[in-house]
Design a protein around this ligand. Structure first.
Ligand code: ZN
Ligand code: ZN
Length: 167
């Protein structure tokens, strides 16, 4: 009798341990699944970060190109200002800025006609100070730029714009 009792007690303990083990196994599976999810998330996030880094780099390169463009324009403007005449540039944006600069520095005979070109093409009152993209025309003032979506010079829809200061 005693022995049988012990056996049934043992088997019930074993059963309980088994069910506990099963529970734990389920938990472990759950945790593993969550881990997998987390790893996926981390991968995704790190990809996003890389994406942003790429974009940042791209933006930086755009800024650098713009900077060097502007520097070139400034240098040429200063030179042209001394000479009194501007070379005709292929790049429209450059030549615009060039003329703008020449006009300010140069005081040459063309001053007046040049000045006409740098006033805002929309209101014809303010000075054009916003460079449009992608066409890179410098032809709008800050006020009109906020109201107009299409470049008044070439009719290309602007994707973005940058205010420029020529000193
Ligand atoms: Zn304007
Ligand atoms: Zn344009």
């Amino acid at each position: 009798m005693g022995q049988r009792h012990t056996v049934s007690l043992l088997s019930s303990i074993e059963e309980r341990i088994n069910s506990k083990l099963n529970e734990k196994e389920l938990e472990i599976q759950n945790i593993n699944r969550k881990n997998k999810d987390l790893v996926e998330r981390i991968k995704q996030v790190s990809m996003e970060v890389r994406c942003w880094q790429c974009r940042t780099k791209y933006n930086e390169s755009v800024v650098n190109v713009l900077k060097s463009n502007l520097e070139q324009v400034m240098a040429e403007g200063a030179r042209n200002g001394k000479e009194g005449y501007g070379d005709s540039e292929v790049d429209t944006a450059t030549s615009y800025a060039n003329q703008n600069h020449t006009c300010r520095v140069g005081g040459s005979a063309d001053s007046f006609s040049l000045k006409k070109q740098i006033t805002c093409r929309a209101c014809k009152i303010n000075e054009a100070s916003v460079l449009l993209f992608p066409c890179r025309h410098l032809c709008l003032c800050k006020v009109c730029e906020g109201l107009i979506d299409v470049c008044p010079t070439c009719r290309i829809k602007k994707s973005s714009s940058v205010e420029v200061f020529l000193s």
